[in-house]
Write a protein of this length. Sequence first.
Length: 512
Amino acid sequence: MREQLVNLESHDDYHSARDKMGQIQVDRILLVWPKPVRGQDIPLARKLDLLLMHRHASRLGAHLGVVTDYEQIIDHAGSLGLPVFDSETTAHISLWRSRTSLRPDITKPPGHSESLKVAKDHLEHRRKPREDKLNWHLIRGGILTAIGLLSIGTLVLLAIPSAKVTLTPKYQNIVTQVTVTADPHITAPDYKQDTIVATSENTIVSGEIEIYTSGTGELSIQYSAGTVIFTNLTYQPVTIPAGTAVSTSSRLEPNTYVTQHDAMLDEKRGLITLVEVRAVLPGPEGNVGPSLINRVEGPLSKQVAVTNRQPTTGGQTVAVPAVTRLDRSKAYDTLVNDLRNQGFAAIVASLASYQLSVIESAVIQDVLELNYSHSIGAHTDKLTLTMQAKVSSTVIDEQDAFQAGYIELQDQLESNMVLDEETLNYSRSTPMSGNQSGEISIKVTARGVASPVIDLSNVKSTIRWKPIAEAKQGLLQTLPLSKTPNIVIQPSWLNRIPWLAWRTSIIVNPPD
C-alpha cells in the first residue's frame, strides 16, 4: 500500500499544504501537524481548510489521515469522519476507518433503465423548448454566466491573496535582586515577604581525638625505709614474721610500714630486737621522725611494743604530666567542631543538585556517646576522647528561592506586559549566610524580558483590506512596536491586505 507523508509547518496554509501533497497517485495521505508551540499559529486551523484538504485527497483517489495534538484539529477531523492518530507509528499499524468519502458517486440511480432508446427519447423531449421562451432562456443564461464569472472573480480576489506581517514589539529587560530567607520553623512560604520554607536534615557521626595534657602532678616513685625496735611485753618467746604491719598514730591518716624479715624475741619481758621496715606507699609522706612509729597492727599488738629511734627516709616523688579540666574542655570543643564539619559534609553529599545548605546552620543536635580515656588529675601525657553525635543542618530548595525572584519580577511589570518564559534567568549569591537557629539567607538575582500583549486576531481584523501603507501606520499607532512592521503580499501587484483574515499570517519577532 502506497502512502504519502505530509509534514506541515506553522506557516502553512491550504495552498502550500496542497502543493506538498502534489498530484502523486497514492492509496493514503497522512497529514502531520507540528508539536504545539506557545505563541505560534496553528496551521490549517479552520474546519474549511481540513475539508478542502479532504476533497483534494479524494480527487487524488486517496484516503486522508491526521496526526496531531491540537484539540481543535481533532474536533474538525472527527466531524468530517477522518481518522486521527497520536503518532506516525500508530497510523502505520492501525486500521483507517473513514465515515465520509468525497469521491464521486458513480453508482446507478434508482429506476435506471437499461434501454438507451427510452433515455434518448427523454432527452430529445427535454431539448425541445418552447419557441416563445427561447430568447428569455438565452438572456437568463447570460446573466447567470456573468454572475458566475463575477462570483468566481470575487472568490479568487478574496481567497488567493495572502499576506505575511512581521512585528517587532518593544521588549523590556527587567532585572531584580531579592534577599530570600529560608526558615525551617514555618510550614508555608510567603513570597511577598521573601520567606520560603526550609527543611532540617540529620545524620549520625562519630570520631576520636587525642591531645597532649597541659597539667603536672607529683608521682611517688621511692619508698621510705628505716629501722624499728620491737620490745617483748610477755614472758613467752615471740616470733615476729616478715610483713608485720606497724604504723604511726599521731596523724589523721597514719603511715603504715611492714617488716622486711622475720625476727625472734626470747621468753623474757623487756627484751628488744631491731627489724628493718619499709613504707607501704611510695612518696615523701612515708618520711617520719623518731618515735612516731608506735603501733603494731594485728594480734601481736598485745605481745610486743614498737618504736623507731631514727627517722625513716628515702620517700620521693617526681613531676609528671597530668590531665586538667581545661584539657578535657579543649578536647571536647575540638571534637565537637570536627564532628559538626563531618556531619555537614555528609548531609551536603546526600543532597540533590537543587538543594543547598550552609555550615553556619549545622549544629550538634545530641551527644549519643562520650568517653574520656583519663579523669582529671590522672598522670598521663595524652588524653583521648571518643564521641558519637547527631548533627543537624538546614536545607533549602534553590527553586523556591528562584520563585521568590520570579514574583519580584512580576511585581515590576508594567501594564499590558507579560514575561517571556523563555528569557527567564536566575543566579544566586555565593557564599550564603546562616545562623544557629537554622535560618539561611540567600541573594537571588532574577532577569527576564517582558513583551507587550498582542492580540493577533485583533491585529488581523484591524488591517483587513487596508492598503499596505495605511496598515503599517495603523499598527504603529495601536501597538508598542520598536520598528515599522514588514508586510509582504502575494501576489505582489495587490496593494491591500487580504479580506479573509485566515489568509494573513502574523509573525512576532522574539527578543534578541
